[in-house]
Design a protein around this ligand. Structure first.
Ligand code: HEM
Length: 407
C-alpha cells in the first residue's frame, strides 16, 4: 500500500485522462478560472499523478460526489489527508469531518444555534456595526477593503454573536485561513499555516471554553445542549471551535469578493442602489462567481462508479466547487456577473447533509452590509490593483484598495 500526502495512491481508473497539473500551485490558487476550464475539458474526472488523486469540476459529478455521503465520506478528511491512514494535524471537526450517525447528532445542535430565528435576532446588531464602519470609510479618501471592511465587519459582529469575551481580531481571521490551508498538500502554504498553529490554536481553544463565553450567545446554546445531555461538554467546546474555524475567514472572503464584484461592475452596483432588495440575490451571485471555498475533498468509502468511471475504495477526490459554479453546461454565460441571476443550486455553500450550517448567518451579514452600502455609497471606485491570496481551500483577496464616493 503506497501513500501520498497520507492517502492511498491510486492508479488512474480506465478511461480517465492523466493530467499533469498542480491544483495547489500558487498561480492556480490565485487565478483559478483557467484551471477550472481545463479541468472540465478533461471529462467528468481527471487523474492527477502528482498526488495520485481524482479531481472533478463539472457541475453534475461534483454535486454527485460532494452530496453522496454514504459512498463519499467526510470522516476520512475533507482535505488530501485520509484520516484512516494519516494523523490529522488537529482533532477532526465533530461536524465537518464526521459521518452519520455522529454527524446527525452534532449537526442538530449546530443547526439550532444558527437557526433563522436566532439569526433574525442578530440583524439589528449587524446593521449598527455596518453603519458605523461604512460611515467611517466614507470619511476617508481611500481604504484597504480587505482589512478595513471585509475583516473589520465580521470581527465586529461574529465574536459578539458567539458570546466571546476574548477577541483577538488577527487570530480569529488567521485561524480559518490556517485550517483551510491545512486541507492541502504539504506545500509552502500548508507549512506556513502549521508553523502558526502553536501560537493560534491554544488561544482559540481557551477562547471556546464555557467560562470565556457569555450566557446569551450562540456558544451558550451549544453548551446548553451539553447540559441537556445531547452532546458531551468536551464536544461542546469543539463545536464552538467550529464556529471560529468556519465562520470568520469565510465571511471575510465573501465580503471582499462582493466588493470586488461591485467595484468591477458599476452597473450592478447602480442596480443595487436603485433596489437594495437585490442585496440577497447579489450575494448569491457573488458566491457563484467567486466561490469562497474553491475545493474540498471526499474519500470513496467503497468501490463504486460515477459517470461510468470505476472508483476504488480509498480514492481521494478533490471537488472543485468553484469550477462547478462556472460550468457552462449548468449556467448561461457563467463568466458574466449578473446581480439578478438568482443562481439556485450553486455549490458555494456545499450541498447535501454537510451543506453550510452557517449559511443563514453568512447571508444575514452580507445582506445587511450590502444594504447599508447601497443606501449610503454613491460609487465604489478601485484605487489600485486587487491582489488575491493563495490558499489551499479558500479563494480570498489579500488586498483591495477602494474608495467609497458619498451620496
Ligand atoms: C460566505 C460564507 C461561507 C461559505 C462560502 C461557506 C461554505 C461552506 C461549505 C462549502 C461547506 C460544506 C463543506 C463540506 O461539505 O465538506 C460549509 C460547511 C460548514 N460551514 Fe460554512 N460557509 C460560510 C460561512 C459559514 C459560517 C458563518 C459558519 C458558522 C457560523 C459556517 C459553518 C460551517 C460549518 C460548521 C460547516 C460544516 C457543516 C457540516 O458538515 O454539516 N460557515 N460551509
Amino acid at each position: 500500500m503506497k501513500l501520498i500526502e497520507d492517502h492511498l495512491a491510486i492508479d488512474p481508473p480506465e478511461g480517465v485522462p492523466v493530467w499533469d497539473v498542480d491544483p495547489y500551485s500558487e498561480s492556480v490558487l490565485a487565478n483559478p478560472n483557467p484551471y477550472y476550464a481545463a479541468l472540465r475539458e478533461q471529462g467528468p474526472f481527471a487523474y492527477i499523478p502528482r498526488y495520485a488523486i481524482l479531481a472533478c469540476g463539472r457541475y453534475d459529478e461534483t454535486k454527485e460526489v460532494f452530496s453522496d455521503h454514504t459512498r463519499f465520506v467526510s470522516s476520512r478528511g475533507v482535505g488530501l489527508n485520509d484520516f484512516r491512514h494519516g494523523k490529522p494535524w488537529r482533532p477532526p471537526s465533530l461536524i465537518l469531518e464526521a459521518d452519520p450517525p455522529d454527524h446527525t447528532r452534532t449537526r442538530k445542535v449546530m443547526a439550532r444555534a444558527l437557526s433563522p430565528k436566532v439569526v433574525a435576532g442578530l440583524r439589528e446588531d449587524f446593521r449598527i456595526a455596518a453603519e458605523a464602519i461604512v460611515d467611517r470609510l466614507l470619511q476617508m479618501q481611500g481604504f484597504e477593503a480587505v482589512a478595513d471592511l471585509a475583516e473589520a465587519f465580521p470581527v465586529a459582529v461574529f465574536p459578539k454573536a458567539v458570546g466571546m469575551l476574548d477577541v483577538h481580531a488577527r487570530h480569529l481571521v488567521d485561524y480559518g485561513a490556517m485550517v483551510f490551508n491545512g486541507l492541502g498538500p504539504d506545500n509552502a502554504l500548508r507549512r506556513a499555516a502549521m508553523a502558526r498553529a502553536p501560537e493560534i490554536v491554544p488561544w482559540i481553544t481557551a477562547a471556546c471554553t464555557r467560562n470565556r463565553l457569555t450566557g446569551d450567545g450562540l456558544g451558550a446554546i451549544i453548551y446548553e445542549a451539553a447540559d441537556a445531555g445531547e452532546i458531551g461538554h468536551d464536544e461542546a467546546a469543539m463545536l464552538v471551535r467550529s464556529f471560529l474555524s468556519a465562520g470568520v475567514d469565510t465571511t471575510v472572503t465573501g465580503i471582499g469578493s462582493a466588493l470586488w464584484c461591485l467595484a468591477r461592475n458599476p452597473e450592478a452596483f447602480a442596480a443595487l442602489r436603485a433596489d437594495p432588495a437585490l442585496a440577497r440575490p447579489c450575494f448569491e451571485e457573488v458566491l457563484r462567481y467567486t466561490s469562497p471555498v474553491h475545493t474540498f475533498a471526499r474519500t470513496a468509502d467503497c468501490n463504486t462508479e460515477v459517470a461510468g468511471v470505476k472508483i476504488v475504495e480509498g480514492t481521494k477526490i478533490i471537488c472543485a466547487l468553484g469550477s462547478a459554479n462556472m460550468d457552462p453546461a449548468k449556467w448561461d454565460d457563467p463568466e458574466v456577473f449578473r446581480i439578478d441571476r438568482r443562481p439556485a443550486g450553486h455549490l458555494a455553500f456545499g450541498v447535501g447533509i454537510h451543506g453550510c450550517v452557517g449559511q443563514n448567518i453568512a447571508r444575514a451579514e452580507l445582506e445587511v452590509l450590502l444594504t447599508v452600502i447601497a443606501e449610503k455609497v454613491a460609487a465604489i471606485e478601485p484605487t489600485g490593483e486587487a491582489v488575491w491570496r493563495p490558499n489551499n481551500a479558500i479563494h480570498a483577496l489579500d488586498r483591495l484598495p477602494l474608495r467609497f464616493r458619498p451620496n
